[in-house]
Design a protein around this ligand. Structure first.
Ligand code: COA
Ligand code: AMP
Length: 641
């Protein structure tokens, strides 16, 4: 890939400036935002757990994402292209229409008692109303918490209990290519199971499967909006402190209990606004297409907030990279809306490559306005990157992020000039990230040496200031391993050019089709089965999804039921408790689990066996023969060497 010869210095300069004089760097970046009270200082090191960004400033995120663009003459520009191959629907919403829809919905929410600081859970598929809901919350200074539609009732219940929302916004159903997912029964079950009961639910009825409304609690979305419209009711943007939470997004932790990542308002808006021209090289008025889901952080940041903050047109795509109808779907959308940038997960690319290995479908579309493909969510395997480079003849850029950071930690800042692409690497740290690879003692290691990737505090704007309702869990999860640093729980290396390669998690999080899942959470579900004595879940290599979960179970002595039956029950149980997104399909009954003499299950060795990688018997193992038993049981399913 050709690199701009001046680019190295521009990227390096931006990074050095951000660390050398963060006040000047971020106050300059803050000029991209319309503040109610402009920041006079960028950072207060005394506030919060490690300091807070823009402590004196006030703003409204919805004003910045919507209203100000109408005032600035973008009213007739498309804000959202909704494209839904699963329903055969397309709809374009201008900035003016978006403002009106959001202002009306905000009035409906205000009537339901939602105000600044109140939480609103959003359990919706990729429909425009979900985006209206997020922005209506932002308009009121309320805190949204979107829950991905592929999670089951139990996961939704955990989030409702933790966030304690005043109102839930939901749709009657989501649509997967193979089936209609009725959301409302899941919502009802979640509310029944939750210790917190929302005061009201606003339900968007979709014709594919209408829901039965609970009297006294549920309101029909369309009717409530129509009534507010008829009465000419709208709600204005409420200025909030830059440090106020904009949203909570739950993500898998190492235990079964998800972490409520808190996103502040001001720092997030500033970081995202910086990223659009500098990282993605996108200008206001251009179309940006992020093929993720609003249930994930990537969707929050790059389907909703960043493109809209930057005055771009965003694409809301309710479909899959393959099968809706074919592997040309993403190219069709890029072409149809003239997207200049596409952001998706490597797993989507692998799915496309599998169905259309010669990339023949790319040629069916006019991609003349398309400039770059960005990948994140899991490691971008070099083969897929090379395949996409050949197919698209454009830069294909891997960048690394976490739900916690809200935007890229490392990437190739295209807007500052493309750096040479090294396949397998996520390139260099973004401004504000003071990144190092540490050894177990917390000491930075030399280049090319593997260790844990850590970020020196403070984290830059946009990153989480804490976990919802739990500064303590935030500290113990991220800040105590290496005092003065944020522990990413990702292992990696930095090379002599400063390029970061992320190799995988150091905890028991796995990444399945770009979805972050906790093996600890799955183990808790398996362990709850009446016949299971103990279990271990590991992520094993999968050509399409990157990893797939595999559960090993030891049955209680005396259990005489067929192991096949029990294994099927276990697969169903994970689907029922966590959801289809867990993609848990492999439960293997074994006689024993391999353990150290102190009783620790040797998950790492099990994974190497399953992945067909060379492995050695750990010297601390209690009984080495167990590893052969594991190998044999995997082989029985065609897994491992
Ligand atoms: N609501 C309900 N169920 C959902 C869902 C949603 N929003 N999203 C996925 N599911 C279901 C799927 O239907 C599937 O169910 P099944 O077991 O009945 O088949 C299950 O969850 C697993 O889904 P997934 O892992 O996504 O596999 P898939 O076979 O449906 O699709 C890909 C494979 C590669 C096309 C798909 O994983 C994909 O597009 N991934 C991109 C991931 C992504 O964008 N991540 C965000 C980070 S950038
Ligand atoms: P999530 O919080 O769901 O965005 O998942 C974050 C995790 O996904 C990270 O901690 C990494 O393990 C992994 N990840 C995300 N992007 C990348 C990438 N570009 N390269 C390698 N791993 C990635």
């Amino acid at each position: 890939m050709p690199a701009d010869p001046t680019s190295r210095s521009r990227s390096a300069q931006a990074h050095a400036a951000s660390l050398g004089d963060p006040e000047a760097f971020w106050l300059e970046a803050a000029n991209a935002i319309a503040w109610e009270t402009a920041p006079v200082r960028a950072f207060d090191p005394q506030a919060g757990t490690y300091g807070r960004w823009f402590p004196d400033a006030t703003l409204n995120a919805c004003h910045n994402a919507v209203d100000r663009h109408v005032a600035d003459g973008r009213g007739e520009q498309a804000a959202i292209h909704y494209d839904s191959p699963v329903t055969g629907t397309k709809r374009t919403i201008t900035y003016r229409q978006l403002r009106d829809a959001v202002a009306t919905l905000a009035a409906v929410l205000a009537d339901l008692g939602v105000g600044r600081g109140d939480r609103v859970v959003i359990y919706m598929p990729m429909v425009p109303e979900a985006v209206f809901g997020m922005l209506a919350c932002a308009r009121l200074g309320a805190v949204h918490s979107v829950v991905f539609g592929g999670f089951a009732a139990n996961e939704l219940a955990i989030r409702i209990t933790d966030a304690a929302p005043k109102v839930v916004l939901a749709a009657s159903c989501g649509i997967e290519p193979s089936r209609i997912v009725a959301y409302k029964p899941l919502l009802d079950a979640a509310i029944a199971a939750s210790t917190h009961k929302p005061e009201a639910c606003l339900i968007l009825q979709r014709p594919e499967s209408e829901a039965i409304l609970v009297e006294g609690r549920d309101r029909d979305w369309a009717q409530a909006v129509a009534e507010a419209e008829a009465a000419g009711r709208t709600a204005a943007c409420v200025p909030v402190a830059a440090t106020d939470p904009l949203y909570i997004l739950y993500t898998s932790g190492t235990t079964g209990k998800p972490k409520g990542v808190v996103r502040d308002t001001g720092g997030y808006c500033v970081a995202l606004a910086w990223s659009m021209p500098n990282l993605y090289d996108v200008a206001p008025g251009e179309t940006y297409f992020c093929a993720s889901d609003i249930g994930w952080v990537v969707g929050h940041s790059y389907i909703v907030y960043a493109p809209l903050l930057h005055g771009c047109t965003t694409v809301l795509y309710e479909g899959k990279p393959v099968g809706t109808p074919d592997a040309g779907a993403l190219w069709r959308v890029v072409s149809e809306y003239g997207a200049v940038c596409l952001f998706t997960a490597p797993t989507a690319l692998r799915a496309i490559k599998k169905d259309d290995p010669r990339a023949a479908l790319v040629k069916d579309y006019d991609l003349s306005r398309f400039r770059s493909l960005f990948l994140a969510g899991e490691r971008a395997d070099p083969d897929s990157v090379a395949w996409a480079e050949r197919a698209l003849e454009r830069p294909v850029i891997d960048h690394w992020w976490q739900t916690e950071t809200g935007w890229a930690i490392a990437g190739n800042p295209l807007g500052l000039g493309l750096l040479p692409v090294k396949h397998g690497s996520a390139c260099i740290p973004m401004p504000g990230y003071d990144l190092a690879v540490l050894d177990e003692a917390g000491k930075p290691v030399p280049p090319e040496t593997m260790g844990t990737i850590a970020l020196r505090l403070p984290l830059p704007p946009g990153c989480l200031p804490t976990l919802w309702g739990s500064d303590d869990r935030f500290r113990t999860s991220y800040l105590t391993t290496y005092p003065g640093w944020y522990d990413t729980s990702d292992a990696g290396v930095v090379d002599a050019d400063g390029y970061v390669t992320v190799l995988g998690r150091t905890d028991d999080i796995i990444n399945v089709a770009g979805h972050r899942l906790s093996t600890g959470g799955m183990e808790a579900v398996l362990a709850s089965h009446q016949d299971v004595a103990e279990c271990a879940v590991i992520g094993i290599r999968d050509a399409l999804k990157g990893e797939q979960p595999c559960g090993f179970v030891v049955l209680k002595s005396g259990v005489e039921r067929e192991t096949d039956t029990i294994e099927r029950e276990l697969v169903a149980l994970v689907r029922e408790r966590i959801g289809p997104v867990a993609a848990f399909r492999l439960a293997l009954t074994v006689q024993r689990l391999p353990k150290t003499r102190s009783g620790k299950i040797l998950r790492g060795t099990m994974k190497r066996i399953a992945d067909g990688e060379p492995w050695t018997t750990p010297p601390t193992i209690d009984d080495a023969a167990v590893l052969d038993e594991i190998g044999a049981s995997l082989k029985g399913r065609g897994i491992g060497a």
